[in-house]
Design a protein around this ligand. Structure first.
Ligand SMILES: C[S@@+](CC[C@H](N)C(=O)[O-])C[C@H]1O[C@@H](n2cnc3c(N)ncnc32)[C@H](O)[C@@H]1O
Length: 272
C-alpha cells in the first residue's frame, strides 16, 4: 500500500473508533498482553520505580502510555502519533483517566522525530507497539528505527513490539497442519523479517533480548478456536482464559510457548 493510503487507513479508524482500543487493534486481549510485556521490559531495564522519561512513537489513542503510567507513577510518558485525531483522543483518554500530569501527546511522524520541537532526544526508553510495520519498505522502517534510536540517550533502551514474518509463518504452518488456510497480513502492514530488523538496528542499537510473549495466545486465537468454531473469534472465552493465565505467570515463563505469536518484543540498548 502507498504511504498516503496507510495514513488514510489510520485516519479512518481514528474517526470511526475514537478513544476505544478498537482504533488500534481488533484484538482487545493482545492489548493486555502488550501492556504486560512492556511493563515487564521496563521493570527489567529500570526496576519497579521505572525510568524518568519514556517515549512511545506511534502511540495511537494513548492506551499504552496511560496504562503504563499507573504502574510507574514516577515516570513521565510522551506519546507521538502522525494522526492528529489519535492524539486528540489520547489527550481525552489521559484526562478521563487522571493521568494528565504524567503523560503528554503530540502529533509527529516517526520519519521526522529529529526536528520535532517537543521531543528531548534524551529519553531513557523509547518504544513502539506495531508502528514501524506501517512503513511500506524495509528502508523506511530502518530510517524510522534510527530516528527512534536518536531520541534515546546513549546507553538508554529501545523496546519494539512489531510483527515478525518468521513467527507469522510458523503460525500459518500450524494452521495448515490443522487444515486451515494460511492468513495474510493486512494490506497496510509490512511485517519484519527478524534478521533484517536485528541487522538493520546494528549501526545504533545492540540487541539485548527478545520475547515471543503472545505465542500461546495466538495459537488459541488463530488456530484452536478456528478449528472448533470455523472463525477467528476475538471474543472467545478460551482466548480470554489464555490471556488471564499468561497475565498471571511469574517472571521467566512468558517465553515458554514457542515462536508462534505474530507480535514479538525486542529490547535494544543504544550504543551510538
Ligand atoms: C497498530 S496502531 C498502534 C497504536 C499504539 N502503539 C497501541 O499499541 O495502542 C499503529 C499506530 O501507528 C501510527 N503510525 C503509523 N505510521 C506512523 C508514522 N509514520 N509516524 C507516526 N505514527 C504512525 C498510527 O497512526 C497508529 O496510531
Amino acid at each position: 500500500m502507498e504511504l498516503d493510503d496507510i495514513r488514510a487507513h489510520w485516519q479512518g479508524w481514528a474517526e470511526q473508533f475514537k478513544g476505544d482500543i478498537r482504533a488500534t487493534t481488533k484484538t482487545p486481549t493482545i492489548k493486555l498482553l502488550e501492556i504486560d510485556a512492556l511493563k515487564r521490559a521496563i521493570e527489567k531495564i529500570a526496576g519497579t520505580d521505572g525510568a524518568q522519561s519514556i517515549l512511545e512513537v506511534g502511540c495511537g489513542n494513548g492506551h499504552n502510555c496511560i496504562a503504563l503510567s499507573k504502574f510507574f507513577p514516577q515516570t513521565h510518558f510522551t506519546g507521538v502519533d502522525y494522526i492528529g485525531d489519535m492524539v486528540k483522543c489520547a489527550l481525552d483518554n489521559r484526562d478521563a483517566q487522571q493521568a494528565t500530569e504524567q503523560a503528554d501527546f503530540y502529533e509527529g511522524n516517526v520519519l521526522d522525530l529529529d526536528s520535532h520541537a517537543e521531543l528531548t532526544g534524551e529519553y531513557d526508553i523509547a518504544f513502539t507497539d506495531r508502528c514501524l510495520i506501517n512503513l511500506n519498505s524495509v528502508e523506511l522502517q530502518l530510517q524510522g528505527l534510527a530516528q527512534i534510536a536518536h531520541q534515546v540517550k546513549i546507553g538508554g533502551h529501545v523496546i519494539l513490539i512489531e510483527n515478525i514474518n518468521d513467527s507469522y509463518s510458523q503460525q500459518n504452518a500450524l494452521r495448515e497442519h490443522a487444515g486451515l488456510a494460511a492468513r495474510t497480513p493486512d494490506k497496510f502492514n509490512l511485517f519484519f523479517n527478524e534478521n533484517e530488523l536485528t541487522e538493520g538496528a546494528k549501526p545504533h542499537l545492540q540487541l539485548v533480548r527478545s520475547e515471543n510473549f503472545a505465542s500461546l495466545h495466538d495459537i488459541m486465537l488463530y488456530v484452536i478456536t478456528p478449528m472448533v468454531s470455523g472463525k477467528v473469534d476475538y471474543e472467545s472465552p478460551y482466548v480470554k482464559a489464555v490471556t488471564d493465565m499468561l497475565l498471571s505467570l511469574p517472571d521467566g515463563l512468558h517465553d515458554s510457548f514457542g515462536g508462534f505469536g505474530q507480535n514479538r518484543l525486542y529490547v535494544f540498548r543504544r550504543t551510538q
